[in-house]
Design a protein around this ligand. Sequence first.
Ligand code: NAD
Ligand code: MG
Length: 390
Amino acid sequence: MTRRVTIFGATGSIGQNTLDLIARDPEAYDVVALTGGANVSQLAEDAKRFRADIAVTAHEEQLPILREALAGTSVEAAAGAGALIEAADRPADWIMSAIVGSAGLAPGFAALRHGTTLALANKESLVAAGPLLMAEARKQNATILPVDSEHSAVFQALVGEDPACIERVIITASGGAFRDWPLENLAYASPEQAACHPNWAMGQRITVDSASMFNKSLELIETKEYFGLDPDRIEVLVHPESLVHALVGFRDGALMAHMGAPDMRHAIGYALHWPERRDLPVERLDLARIASLSFRAPDPERWPALGLAREVMRIGGLAGAAFNAAKEKALDAFLERRLAFTGMAEIVGEVLERMSTEEGLSSARFDLDNVFQMDHLARVRAGEAIEKRQ
Ligand code: NAD
Ligand code: MG
């Protein structure tokens, strides 16, 4: 039986890795919708190659180019935020949510309405609206499967386990591009330097977020939301080799570690074939050759983003939405060279502090409208704070 699949963010790093797996067994899948952003030539090429029903670009002004690229084929072309939601409404058995940023929230949420299986790479939606997404999934009888290497690892370590027996969860971090830089040099780090990951090939934004550990800070919150854990039970461990992705500690002291090559096709493939395991084209580890693994505690001075994530979890409510949006805005400014690398955490900290007093982040009604409103306001506040420094 073929499975109907849709991929949000098909032209990105996760999207392309997902298509790589699908291309290895084309008879097994029926591609419903592929979506992308500005890279419409890639989108059109993939939509033709996989005979998608529809290709959607987020950018309305790109629609004529997409139409032209798809002329003479049976693939429909559409554009804009509304078209993304309509794509989520098309019946599919498995939907990959791999748009980067909080832009992925609305399509992911819409996809859940049909009780589908949502493979969730878009961690920002869990950070901004985790409890709403999880509640919607329960209500619609939909399944959310984690597609982040750490969270897929935890998910796999928990198969057959009683969640009540979890003592702690440890997610690992490579430390990113500046793990071993002298602290005083961080303020002068360039976007190009930050976008060089030692182990993983990923999209530009998440790679820079790995250097600042904002990625791990999002993942701390993602762990809390996904597995319903108390923040005190979630730890971050720096592990430069990126071979152990996460560990789950149980009440009897056992620690179950998940290991594998740093290749997102494992987490994507696990979610694609779940609950089965199938062959995946990932490297098999030769531990005798690797010989040793190293671990260290994260330095809070080097990575202040981790402390901010703890603060977000302490505040709760809409703090995640404000935090993620302020981070996205600060990251834009860093990439545009308007903000120093170390300025990102400072700006996000300032916005969080200001908004938690002015907006009552923990007490305001927690619904999707307010999530979008806080997201918008945090971007405005972060913009003001960045402006003030110039
Ligand atoms: P990417 O930048 O490579 O791709 C992002 C995709 O989203 C592209 O298709 C792009 O066109 C689309 N997009 C960007 N802005 C959009 C917008 N405003 N509206 C609609 N579509 C838009 O990113 P990525 O590295 O593939 O990451 C995707 C998601 O997966 C992120 O949430 C990231 O945190 C998560 N993730 C990625 C990896 C990885 O290895 N790349 C690992 C774990 C989690
Ligand atoms: Mg990860």
